[in-house]
Design a protein around this ligand. Structure first.
Ligand SMILES: Nc1ncnc2c1ncn2[C@@H]1O[C@H](COP(=O)(O)OP(=O)(O)OP(=O)(O)O)[C@@H](O)[C@H]1O
Ligand SMILES: [Mg+2]
Length: 200
């Protein structure tokens, strides 16, 4: 938040950006999204931080987000432990659960987002994570992040004593000049797009 901006101005600008970017992202065809998501996955797997991580948090993508289905499946194949979020809609917070099999463990939950079935829930303390892949609506080159507006990731990250390496996944069209932020918005460490790796 800049000194000359009021809280209401920042919130209004966030809401306008969410609407504008999601509208544009929804227009990208499923084929193009799949192809760009694949390029993002390949760039992620080249990172030393991926290779040395043992336990990763990977969001489960929905709608027009960068698809994480293959990232999750391939990470499991490569012997990584993978943790996904369970949304507690009422408490407005995330719980984390380890998954062992994408197709067997997940079913549609809050807003149709896939999350672990009751019998497949294996709670994990966020303090155990080595790396977090975070979703977002918009990012900028200074690694500011705009999410969907519930503060789920801000709260998850703020609750950690030491924040593990946190990387946002986005299509290039989601990277803008400057993301408006408030004090509680947590900056991340990097962003991977289909074209580049942005580091703080
Ligand atoms: N650490 C925190 N503790 C409690 N509330 C928080 C915290 N961080 C953010 N919030 C609250 O969450 C709400 C939404 O925040 P914000 O608009 O930044 O969401 P977002 O970052 O876009 O969403 P998300 O993190 O879910 O992708 C705000 O009203 C804010 O007060
Ligand atoms: Mg935020």
């Amino acid at each position: 938040m800049r000194a000359e901006q009021s809280v209401n101005e920042v919130l209004a600008e966030k809401a306008r950006l969410r609407e504008e970017i999601l509208r544009k992202r929804n227009l990208v065809s499923p084929e193009v999204r799949a192809q760009k998501s694949l390029a993002i996955m390949e760039r992620f797997f080249e990172l030393d931080e991926f290779n040395s991580a043992r336990i990763l948090h990977i969001f489960v993508s929905f709608r027009s987000e960068v698809s994480t289905e293959l990232i999750i499946k391939e990470s499991l194949k490569r012997g990584k432990r993978v943790v996904v979020p369970i949304t507690d809609h009422k408490a407005r917070r995330l719980f984390l659960s380890e998954i062992e099999d994408y197709d067997l463990d997940l079913r549609p939950g809050h807003r149709g987002i896939l999350e672990p079935k009751k019998e497949a829930i294996r709670f994990i303390d966020p303090g155990h994570l080595d790396l977090i892949l975070a979703p977002g609506v918009a990012f900028d080159a200074s690694c500011r992040r705009l999410g969907h507006g519930a503060g789920y990731y801000d709260k998850l990250l703020a609750g950690l004593k030491t924040i593990p390496l946190t990387i946002g996944l986005a299509f290039e069209m989601q990277v803008i000049d400057e993301v408006p932020v408030m004090e509680y918005d947590v900056k991340i460490d990097g962003i991977i797009t289909e074209e580049r790796l942005i580091k703080k």
